[in-house]
Design a protein around this ligand. Sequence first.
Ligand SMILES: Nc1nc2c(ncn2[C@@H]2O[C@H](COP(=O)(O)OP(=O)(O)OP(=O)(O)O)[C@@H](O)[C@H]2O)c(=O)[nH]1
Ligand SMILES: [Mg+2]
Length: 448
Amino acid sequence: MTISDPGHHRSRTRGPSLDSADPFAIHMAPPEGETPAARAERLAAQQYAEKMSRQIDEQILQSKRLHDKKDKDVKILLLGQSESGKSTVLKNFRLRFTPQYFDSERNAWRTVVLLNLISSVRSIITAIENEFAAPEFNLVHDSHRTLCAELAPLLEEEVTVNTLISATPNVPPGQGQDVFVRPGGEWKSVLANSDEAKHAVEVVFGLRDEIDSLWADTAVRELLEKKDVSLKDGGGYFMDDIARVTAEDYVPTDSDILRARIKTMGVEEHFFEKEVGAPGARGVKDFWIYDVPGAKGSRAVWIPFFDMVQAIVFLTPLSFYEVLEEDSRVNRLEDSVHLWKEICANPLLQNCQIILFFNKMDILKAKLKAGLIIKEYVPSFADRPNTYAGATGYFKEKFRAYHKRSSPKPRAFFYYETTAVDTRSTAKIIGAVHEEIFRKHLHESILI
Ligand SMILES: Nc1nc2c(ncn2[C@@H]2O[C@H](COP(=O)(O)OP(=O)(O)OP(=O)(O)O)[C@@H](O)[C@H]2O)c(=O)[nH]1
Ligand SMILES: [Mg+2]
């Protein structure tokens, strides 16, 4: 007898009642001499197993449907160097298309605003300590030492909360680092629900007078100016709002949330599901946005998204007067141009729509007003008008030319000048960009 001889096997062991080709029949048959109670128990177990199996099948089907839907949904990738404003643009999308969700996160942002405030206080304390350590110091006095000691608990709270939300809990404190976040965005619920975060908020509230005294001190201001410590440029600047943001009943405004700085450390996937009644969401289909880290060492995580997204919003501030925070040998604008060329030339992205945002235009305007001379940083700018229009016009043509030259096949050039912290002007642009992306997607779906 061989195993491949079912007939032989069948007839020899069980007789004609199980004369079936089903190899499971033998296992499904009731045991011989089964009592009525055992039979009832067996049938109940069988029914339960069948019900569970149907539920599992349904779950698999549902997740497949979701997966297929996600496959069909429009996906947008935000790209650009660190601090270019990717996460801020994401917040603008949230504000316009899912305002209830945006609102539900307000409490978590209060902690971020206060962490940003502590970060500014830390920079000031470091400047004071450096001054004390200098061989000759005349701007700081014993009263500053006392004030720094009184403010020290803030720095401890900063470490505690950063550790709580950080993907890299062992980052040493006090080195001018931003707040980090874990990939996935769950940091917001961690912040909203943790006792440590609540305690940190109370400590900041308790030291509001000391923070105020530090900021009101003319010698401190003079020291910051002399040492070229600029608290405004890094984002997350709340020193002019101390009384407001340290009030017990403080609730961050939309503008505060947009200005709050939190450095993205991993890929964050954000689902935009149409919210009933949201003014910006009328007629809108579900879509996804991927927010990624922009620092030089983290850009490898962008690549897996290249063959799944339909559109890229590429951000660049025109910061030709600055270097990268993570690599002081690299000029910010040069880095952006290099990235732009690479993104335009990438064959995986040849069918992808690429939309360019010249962001932080408020800062460029302010710098020009304060006397910034463009050709000192960009000699090829030469004697063109040293104005906002002169600068944006010149750089726009440069980026357009690289786009045309680098793209594997012709595609439209989309370009906007943005100030992502200004919700009103950005809302219009976000609306136009969204419409454009969906229009192209619809057009292509029809062609397919
Ligand atoms: N003044 C001004 N500040 C801006 C603008 N856009 C963004 N910011 C601020 O710049 C800081 C950095 O912005 P983010 O959106 O966190 O930058 P990012 O590109 O996500 O940076 P990474 O996560 O490090 O890659 C934040 O504090 C923002 O509030 C703008 O148009 N004008
Ligand atoms: Mg970010």
